[in-house]
Design a protein around this ligand. Structure first.
Ligand SMILES: Cc1cc2nc3c(=O)[nH]c(=O)nc-3n(C[C@H](O)[C@H](O)[C@H](O)COP(=O)(O)OP(=O)(O)OC[C@H]3O[C@@H](n4cnc5c(N)ncnc54)[C@H](O)[C@@H]3O)c2cc1C
Ligand SMILES: *[C@@H]1O[C@H](CO)[C@@H](O)[C@H](O)[C@H]1NC(C)=O
Ligand SMILES: *[C@@H]1O[C@H](CO)[C@@H](O)[C@H](O)[C@H]1NC(C)=O
Length: 362
């Protein structure tokens, strides 16, 4: 009999972990308060804590540098693993997975050392981080306002979050996963399910208390517009603000963003912020406007809560007294999609070594 693993959470992290646990031969049950469903039916108040619905979601490389903390290097490795999985899923199911491959463009007004190191790379190794398709952009390709001083492009992916999450969920169900729609009061409750689980994965996002380091969120306000866009574009301004676009693909329009407000729990969107984001993005990348249209077509405002944790994501095992082995996978902040498959690989490895499998197939 395969060993039974319970995954708490059906956001991008729980779903990805569940898929790789199935691949490794475990029988998987997912318990969650929220499951993927069409984005169009998501309620801005009732569903606000289900972060995966509100993400962009694109992959934007965060270049590690000699002076970056180890977490940045670890996350970069996870984002490269995620890229490889996304490529394979897209190749296997281009019409249904909800994944789009497209150019990423980065514009910076005041690039930090991690970006300058990329442009200073020797000609013998012009792409030291092995970023797929990486290339510097010349000043002739900068935005018209003249404030950007550094730009690059690379190959990347975007997902339409709920199309992608529903694809993962269908795949899990077809391969025999059990799905339980329930609000748990404690992680220990997951061990009371039958058959008794050999391990529990805690992928509850901002969910199950108590981790004092995980007590906060980083608010993000964005705006969904009806236009498509041929690239996912990010601009970092000298004052620390950002504008970006994430084309969702699959008839999902484009997300224009966005804010990063730590510790801000306000659920209501701010109209002035929306206007600033839309104007700022069109000024940066006028090519998003449809010919003959003066402005973007607003579909809805979005406010989400990135599950933020001091010290970064928590991806590690723990033995809970009187319950059993829990593998934590939460606190992914603004990078849950980007890092999802790297996290899932680490979770399978952690569960395997806790259960004495050393990575071997059942
Ligand atoms: C505006 C915005 C833009 C973003 N853009 C990007 C982007 O471009 N790229 C990127 O990689 N990331 C992006 N993110 C971040 C990304 O959305 C998150 O990192 C990711 O969704 C977190 O996923 P998760 O599975 O950890 O949490 P969630 O999606 O919140 O899932 C948590 C799951 O746990 C369940 N749960 C919680 N508590 C309980 C309980 N007590 N009992 C049962 N179930 C429970 C929930 O129901 C849910 O199923 C963005 C976020 C925001 C807000
Ligand atoms: C979202 O989470 C916060 C913090 O745990 C909680 O206070 C709030 O009631 C939750 N919202 C919903 C709609 O469940
Ligand atoms: C499970 O994850 C949540 C974050 O959603 C965290 O607050 C909590 O401490 C974790 N559970 C345990 C038992 O550590």
């Amino acid at each position: 009999m395969p060993q039974h693993v319970v995954v708490v959470g059906a956001g991008v992290i729980g779903l990805s972990c569940a898929i790789l646990l199935q691949d490794a031969g475990y029988a998987v049950t997912i318990v969650a308060r929220d499951f993927p469903r069409p984005f169009e039916t998501m309620d801005p108040i009732a569903d606000i804590n289900y972060t995966s619905a509100w993400g962009g979601a694109h992959n934007r490389w965060v270049p590690p540098h000699a002076n970056s903390p180890p977490s940045v290097h670890r996350e970069h490795a996870m984002s490269l693993r995620t890229f490889a999985h996304m490529k394979a899923l897209h190749a296997a199911a281009p019409a249904t997975a909800g994944i789009t491959f497209l150019p990423g463009i980065e514009y910076l007004e005041a690039p930090g050392p991690e970006y300058l190191a990329l442009s200073a790379a020797p000609s013998t190794n012009p792409n030291p981080l092995s970023l797929p398709g990486f290339r510097l952009l010349p000043p002739s390709a900068f935005p018209p306002d003249g404030r950007v001083t550094w730009a690059c492009t690379y190959d990347t992916w975007c997902v339409n979050p709920m199309v992608y999450a529903a694809f993962l969920l269908r795949r899990l169900a077809l391969r025999g996963a059990r799905l339980i729609h329930r609000d748990l009061r404690s992680p220990a409750e997951a061990f009371t399910l039958s058959p008794p689980p050999a391990a529990v994965v805690n992928a509850s996002g901002t969910g199950l208390v108590p981790d004092p380091a995980a007590a906060t969120v980083t608010r993000g306000q964005t705006c969904l517009v009806a236009e498509g866009c041929a690239a996912t574009v990010t601009r970092q301004n000298a004052d620390g603000s950002w504008v970006f676009c994430v084309p969702r693909g699959f008839d999902g329009g484009t997300v224009i963003g966005g804010t990063k407000e730590r510790g801000d729990w306000r659920a209501a969107p701010d109209a002035a912020v929306r206007a600033r984001m839309l104007d700022g993005f069109v000024a940066t990348y006028p090519g998003i406007l449809a010919p003959g249209r003066p402005r973007l077509t607003v579909v809805r405002d979005i406010v989400g809560r990135r599950p933020t944790r001091d010290g970064g994501p928590r991806v590690e095992g723990e033995v809970l007294d009187g319950a059993g082995f829990v593998m934590h996978a939460y606190g992914l902040g603004g990078r849950g999609y980007e890092l999802s498959w790297g996290v899932a690989e680490a979770v399978v490895e952690g569960v395997g070594s806790a259960l004495g499998r050393g990575g071997a197939k059942l």
